[in-house]
Each structure stands twice: as structure tokens, then as C-alpha cells.
Design a protein around this ligand. Structure first.
Ligand code: EPU
Length: 444
């Protein structure tokens, strides 16, 4: 039987306050070796869970990661009247009895992706009231493209008391929407809004991240008609109704990239499995350019050092871009790797205006990094250039760069506020331990 949140919180006890007390301790300087299985992608799971709002019935999602963010999203869904049940990595969701159309501030403020309920609620219920997410540690992150796109589809949006209150009389009407900047959740929200619109909608300059193709597969399985998968021009022919679907979440490319970088940074050798190498084209090229040997299997990627090169890592510049460019969600981790290189490189962030929060923390571990506007100049100090220290996690990906640096550093590193890591990395401690790391959680 489907139940409320109690059914999906196995292993999760206590309040956010308690979680914030946890810190991660790493005894660094040990190289990582072995194999690590990659979980389902957080950033695909959230929109696919939101898509279940579009049609009544019992949906089945496979390969769903059990993360703080997926649990928060399910709390939000439950608040809307959705029931769900987790069996291993399979999530059954029944959205037949939707009774509420409001996403309150308390839930949205802890997870910006809550805004993903806007499009599907409007498509199914004709109404949605969602708290504006506000800024976060990495930037202002407005949702203006979501809102103007919905208005083009005929929705009336009022911004009042910190909420976007949106409604439409009847069905949305297909139109052409051009995004000034490719936006991932904006593209997802408008896809979910347009699938049941009257007529055809065209999304131009749409984002092309693999998570969007995953959502298109889910929507197509529900009966939607969408052309242009994996391109920046999506054509959606509206249908009258959708039905419940069965879809698997794609592997988490950011988790896979994080482990590959961690293995490289510790001078190790290892393989990430259950992943899709085609989802990480730019990272794999950058790892090769820095002197590592990277081999791609059908659903695995291996990384190792060439024999007898003395672990001399070449410095490589990166610039974050929308997919298939270098992902912003792997910028901080690559910077940690580059602090161990033998020369100077420039890392440029073009997606978010404040995504260098990890720099000051990496400096506490001995890294030589200078921020210059939207770029960082990283002066590599060699593979033994970092030493353990106490640092603070500031956001999800910044935290994983501190884990990588801590694993590579000599001595002990203590990372506080690791609830950030728990938002996006499933079983991090167990996975690192299996690779030979000495790492554990403790109370602050
Ligand atoms: N933007 C606007 N207006 C909008 C929407 C976006 O100006 O209405 C700007 C943003 O401020 C940013 C750029 O457009 O400068 C791209 O942002 P995007 O909308 O693509 O980001 P997002 O959809 O909010 C998703 C991921 C992020 C990831 C980014 C970029 C999810 C749930 N989140 O965010 O993931 O960094 O795309 O790839 O899919 C993470 O997992 O740690 C994370 C932050």
C-alpha cells in the first residue's frame, strides 16, 4: 500500500538541525583503488518525480537515488496529495488524489528544484502557487524564464508575498518560446506545461542536458508527443490526456565525474560502473589532457595514471558551459584536482556568478588559487601540495571538492556542515571506504 513520507525515509531520522551537526573526517594521503557503482541522477529524479503530477494512476520510477533532495521533493509531493512507496531503488508514485496546488516556502527554500511542480500542476489543475526560491549560495538564480514562458502559454502569473500565483482558464495554448540562456529546470518546467497544451509549442535555445532527454522519455512514455530530443529545439504537440508511466532514472554523471576526479587526485586507479560515458564528454577529455589514461566501456569509465610518469599532473584550463560543454557541477571538483598539478591553469565559471565558495576552503588546505572576476588562477603545488585542515562545506558541489582535496591531502581534514553533501551523493562514506579511503562521519 502506498503511504506518506514515513514509507520513504528509511535510514533518515531527525530534523535538519540534527543533520547539520554532522561533520566528515578524512585521513588523507591514501590512493583510491577499485570499483564504484554510480547511483541514479538527482537532477533527473527530481523532474521525473514532478512529471508524475501530470497524470493520475500509479507511476513506477527505477534507479531513484535515496538522497536528502529526493526525500524533500517527496515531502513536497505528499503535501500536494501524492502517495508514494519506495522498494529498494524503485519508487511507486500515485498522484490520483491531488488535493493541493501550493508549494510552501518552508519546502521550496530548502530545495530550489521545488519550482519544477509549477508546470505540471498548471497543466493538470490549471492552478499553482509556488514560493519564489530566492537566491542560494552559488548565485541569484532567478526563475524569470520559467514565468515568461508560462505567460506565453496563456498563464496569468502574479508575484505576491514571495509567491508566484499562476492560473489558467482552460488549457494552455501552444506557442514559440525562445530562451535567452539555455536553462535546465526552465526547459523541464515548460516541457511539462506544454505537453497538454492546445496545439504545438516550440522551445528554442532549450537546454540539452541528458536529464532533459530522460524527462522526454518519461513524458513520451506517458503519451506526450515531443520531437527534437537531445537538440536545442524541442517541438511539443499537445495531447488531451496522459497516463501513468514506467521509466528509469539515468546514472548520475556528476557523481561519476566526482569519483573519477577523486581517484585521479589520490594517484589511484579505478572504475565507475553503471554510468553513461557519453554524458561526460568534456570531463573525460580534460582528464586525458591532464595526462591520465581514461578508458570508456559501454556503461563504465576507468581512470589510471601512466606507468612511470611520477604522478606529474598537467595543468588544464576549463570553462563551464551548458551541455555538452564542461559542467558547472564539476567545476569545483576539477579545481581541487588542479591544485595538485605542476603548473598554472585558469578555471572560468560562466553559468553561476558566485560559484567559487570552495576557493577559500581549498586555500585552508594549502591550495594556491587567486580569484579574478569569473575566473580562478590555480597555481598547482604538485601531488603532495595539500595538507589536512578544518574546512566548511558551503554548497553541494563545493563540498565534494573539499572531499577530493581532503582525500589527497596529508593528515586529517574535517569538513563541517556535510548535510550539503547528503543532498546529492548517495552512500558517500560507504562508497569511498570501499575504494580504500579512511573516512567517517562524526558529531560536531
Ligand atoms: N537563469 C535565469 N533565469 C531563469 C533561469 C535561469 O537567469 O529563469 C540563469 C541562471 O541564473 C544561470 C543560468 O540561467 O545563470 C543557467 O541556470 P539553469 O536554469 O540551467 O539552472 P537550474 O535549472 O536552476 C540546474 C541544476 C543545477 C545545475 C544547473 C546548470 C537541477 C535541479 N539543478 O539548475 O544543479 O548547476 O542546472 O547545469 O537540475 C547541483 O546539482 O548542484 C546543481 C546546482
Amino acid at each position: 500500500m502506498l503511504e506518506g513520507i514515513a514509507s520513504c525515509t528509511s535510514g533518515w531520522q531527525g530534523t535538519h538541525g540534527e543533520q547539520k551537526m554532522d561533520k566528515l573526517i578524512i585521513e588523507g594521503g591514501r590512493s583510491l583503488h577499485g570499483t564504484v557503482r554510480i547511483s541514479g541522477a538527482k537532477n533527473a529524479a527530481l523532474p521525473l518525480i514532478a512529471a508524475t503530477l501530470l497524470a493520475p494512476g500509479r507511476h513506477r520510477l527505477g534507479n531513484v537515488p535515496d538522497l536528502r533532495d529526493t526525500r524533500t521533493f517527496l515531502r513536497l509531493m505528499e503535501n500536494l496529495g501524492v502517495r508514494h512507496e519506495r522498494q529498494g531503488d524503485v519508487l511507486h508514485i500515485d498522484s490520483t488524489d491531488l488535493r493541493n496546488t501550493e508549494a510552501p516556502y518552508d519546502l521550496v527554500k530548502t530545495m530550489r528544484a521545488s519550482v519544477l511542480v509549477l508546470g505540471p500542476l498548471l497543466a493538470r489543475m490549471g492552478r499553482a502557487k509556488v514560493s519564489l526560491p530566492g537566491g542560494c549560495a552559488i548565485g541569484a538564480r532567478p526563475i524569470n524564464f520559467h514565468i515568461t514562458g508560462l505567460e506565453r502559454l496563456g498563464v496569468t502569473c502574479r508575484l505576491e508575498h514571495g509567491y508566484v500565483d499562476a492560473e489558467i482558464d482552460g488549457r494552455m495554448r501552444g506557442c514559440t518560446i525562445y530562451f535567452d540562456i539555455p536553462t535546465v529546470t526552465g526547459t523541464e518546467n515548460l516541457l511539462m506545461a506544454a505537453v497538454m497544451a492546445e496545439g504545438t509549442t516550440v522551445l528554442k535555445n532549450a537546454a540539452r542536458e541528458p536529464e532533459i532527454a530522460n524527462l522526454i522519455d518519461m513524458l513520451t512514455g506517458m503519451g506526450a508527443r515531443i520531437e527534437g530530443r537531445n537538440t536545442d529545439r524541442l517541438t511539443i504537440h499537445g495531447v488531451d490526456r496522459l497516463e501513468a508511466a514506467d521509466c528509469d532514472i539515468i546514472p548520475d554523471r556528476i557523481e561519476a565525474g566526482t569519483y573519477l576526479i577523486a581517484i585521479a587526485a589520490t594517484g589511484g586507479e579505478g572504475t565507475v560502473t553503471h554510468c553513461n560515458p557519453a554524458h561526460l564528454p568534456s570531463l573525460l577529455e580534460k582528464l586525458r589532457a591532464s595526462g591520465l589514461i581514461v578508458e570508456e566501456g559501454e556503461s563504465s569509465i576507468s581512470v589510471r595514471w601512466p606507468k612511470d610518469n611520477g604522478h606529474a599532473l598537467k595543468s588544464v584550463d576549463i570553462k563551464t558551459m551548458p551541455f555538452p560543454g564542461y559542467p558547472t557541477d564539476l567545476q569545483a571538483q576539477f579545481m581541487a584536482l588542479m591544485t595538485l598539478s605542476s603548473d598554472v591553469c585558469v578555471i572560468t565559471e560562466t553559468i553561476f556568478e558566485n560559484r567559487f565558495m570552495h576557493v577559500a576552503e581549498l586555500q585552508r588546505l594549502g591550495a594556491d588559487i587567486r580569484i579574478d572576476g569569473h575566473s580562478c588562477v590555480v597555481n598547482g603545488r604538485g601531488m603532495s601540495g595539500l595538507s589536512g585542515a578544518q574546512v566548511m562545506a558551503t554548497d553541494l558541489r563545493a563540498s565534494s571538492s573539499l572531499v577530493i582535496a581532503g582525500l589527497a591531502a596529508s593528515g586529517r581534514t574535517e569538513i563541517s556542515r556535510i548535510y550539503h553533501l547528503e543532498r546529492g551523493y548517495e552512500n558517500l562514506v560507504d562508497k569511498l571506504t570501499a575504494l580504500g579511503a579512511r573516512v567517517w562521519k562524526d558529531r560536531e
